[in-house]
Ligand binder design. Structure first.
Ligand code: NDP
Length: 514
């Protein structure tokens, strides 16, 4: 598509000073299988070019289907015969806490690798690594807290236990937008439960997951318990979802791949947990805290360049304030520091790939063609690297693609509503149901939306807070299952019922003296 790009002077462009230099040599990674680092059986490699600097920053052994099979067998053996599932929760917690310590010791190294591969700003990359370490610590605590139930209400001679067994071998498949955060939302919880795992990051952002392998070894995780493969979805991911020795697939990514992968996993009836896309509404009432709401809309739309499943990518504004509110958002969005991710001040970095940038631009063009107006941005930036101007589309109606589909870029769609019921109807008129928000000082409005909007998370007068204590996941095509919170570890378990009879038997189906 030949659309002219905008000059960087049309946004609050950021350049020097930088916190580090762009690497002259790529980070090199191997496959981590059964505690050994080795090249791929096919000898192939996969490289990653930084979307912000245009140089190769990652160079990895690219796994084949045979490598995936070997990794799964190692995980199977470690589960069936190894010590990890049989250790105490406290022993597993010690290893997971050690991983968290090591992550924090190497936070800057992780943050830079994430930045070079994903294009995200350094301040955000650092936060992501720190949050990931928190997840490892929370999972460690969960390892000690995991427990089942007991029933002594079944009669004097019966007692029953409901215990939680680790589910077995877990395939962990992750996307490119928050690579280290998302693997840390899954792997430590699977390990805490006593499972073993095979992990495949996105081929675009494999670095930090590969680096994690070193830390797992250093922390004393037994061989074969976690195996890490760099490779493509069709070659490696498909083995990880179809292999008979895999018991569960934990996937974060697009709804399209999530559906395809579920269909494959269904052939062997594996448990599947899915964290997928979203088209998350923020509903703005006239009695909102104006500044806070404007800031939340800007943050919700442009954080991680909008490449965020929780992006608040559509706002529903009460018609009485729509024009003024949109103007306030435009003024704030113009001030967002966009540019070089290595600069401390940058808030919006590069887009992940040229193909994805094209997709975002084609959504904007589609909106123009359907009658929406581009009131800010709408184009890529004329800069070295893949950058997009913060964009606002006004006059969007609920039937347009930009109101219904996940764009996964820095694009805000503005819709209006007349009253509470209409706001809820528009919010729910979506195949997705990941998150939603409301801005109002009227508690009735807030609670009505909290209760009636179909979404896994609803924020009332706040946006995109996250805590390891709270479950996360989506309704409808935003996924199935929940991560974090108590469910973080429980998702990786099977319930087993053990029934025990006490004392002499008092009768059976056909008594002897019949
Ligand atoms: P994709 O669905 O394209 O890919 C996700 C992962 O699946 C990658 O590792 C990919 O491998 C792998 N994969 C691709 N095809 C297959 C296959 N046939 N079998 C098994 N694995 C496969 O998503 P993106 O990486 O493009 O990530 C963006 C998407 O992730 C967005 O839609 C976003 O909403 C969603 N997301 C959801 C979150 C949530 O928690 N709800 C959080 C973050 C993102 P590869 O690409 O290397 O070939």
């Amino acid at each position: 598509m030949a659309i002219e790009s905008l000059s960087t002077s049309s946004v609050a462009w950021v350049s020097a000073p930088r916190v580090a230099e762009v690497p002259t040599k790529p980070f090199r990674g191997q496959l981590f299988i059964n505690g050994q680092w080795r090249d791929a059986s096919g000898g192939e490699r996969i490289t990653r070019t930084s979307p912000s600097y245009g140089v190769v920053v990652g160079d990895y052994a690219c796994a084949t289907a045979a490598d995936a099979d070997e990794a799964i067998r190692a995980a199977r053996k470690a589960f069936d015969q190894g010590e990890w599932p049989r250790m105490t929760g406290a022993q597993r917690a010690t290893v997971l806490n050690k991983v968290a310590d090591l992550v924090m010791e190497r936070q800057e190294e992780f943050a830079l690798l994430e930045l070079f591969e994903s294009g995200k700003p350094i301040s955000q990359a650092r936060d992501e690594i720190q949050w990931a370490a928190e997840f490892w610590r929370y999972a460690a605590a969960s390892a000690r807290g995991l427990h089942g139930d007991s029933y002594n209400t079944l009669g004097d001679d019966m007692l029953a236990l409901v215990v939680r067994d680790p589910i077995g071998v877990v395939s962990v498949i992750t996307p490119w937008n928050f690579p280290f955060l998302i693997v840390s939302q899954k792997l430590p919880f699977a390990l805490a439960a006593g499972c073993t795992a095979v992990v495949k990051p996105s081929e675009l952002t494999s670095g930090t997951t590969v680096l994690l392998g070193e830390l797992l070894q250093q922390a004393g995780l037994p061989d074969g318990v976690a195996n890490i493969l760099v490779g493509t979805g069709p070659e490696v991911g498909s083995v990880m979802t179809s292999h008979i020795d895999v018991d569960m697939v934990s996937f974060t990514g697009s709804t399209r791949v999530g559906k395809a992968l579920s269909a494959i996993a269904a052939q062997t009836l594996k448990k599947v947990s899915l964290e997928l896309g979203g088209k998350n509404p923020q509903i703005i009432f006239p009695d909102c805290d104006w500044n806070a709401a404007v800031d939340a809309v800007v943050f919700g739309t442009y954080f991680n360049a909008g490449e965020c499943c929780n992006s608040g990518s559509r706002i529903l504004v009460h018609e009485s304030i729509a024009a003024d509110f949109e103007q306030a958002v435009i003024s704030r969005a113009r001030k967002i520091p966009v540019g070089d991710p290595l600069c401390e001040d940058t808030k919006v970095g590069a887009i992940i790939s040229s193909g994805h940038l094209e997709t975002i631009l084609s959504y904007v063009q589609g909106a123009r063609d359907a009658g929406a107006e581009v009131s800010l941005g709408g184009r890529s930036l004329d800069a070295d690297g893949l950058y997009m101007a913060p964009t606002i589309l006004s006059g969007v109606t609920p039937d347009m693609a930009v109101a219904r589909e996940e764009i996964f870029g820095p694009v805000l769609s503005v819709l209006t509503f007349k009253d509470l019921d209409e706001a809820i109807a528009i919010a729910n008129d979506s195949l997705y149901g990941l998150s939603a928000g409301v801005w109002s000082s009227n508690i009735d409005n807030c609670l009505a939306i909290g209760r009636r909007v179909k979404a896994g998370t609803v924020w009332l007068n706040t946006w995109m807070n996250g805590y390891p204590e709270l479950p996360f996941g989506g309704y409808r095509e935003s996924g199935q299952g929940r991560e974090l919170g108590r469910s973080g570890i429980e998702e990786f378990t099977e319930l087993k019922t053990i029934q025990m009879h006490m004392g002499p038997r008092t009768g059976w189906w056909l008594p002897e003296n019949v």
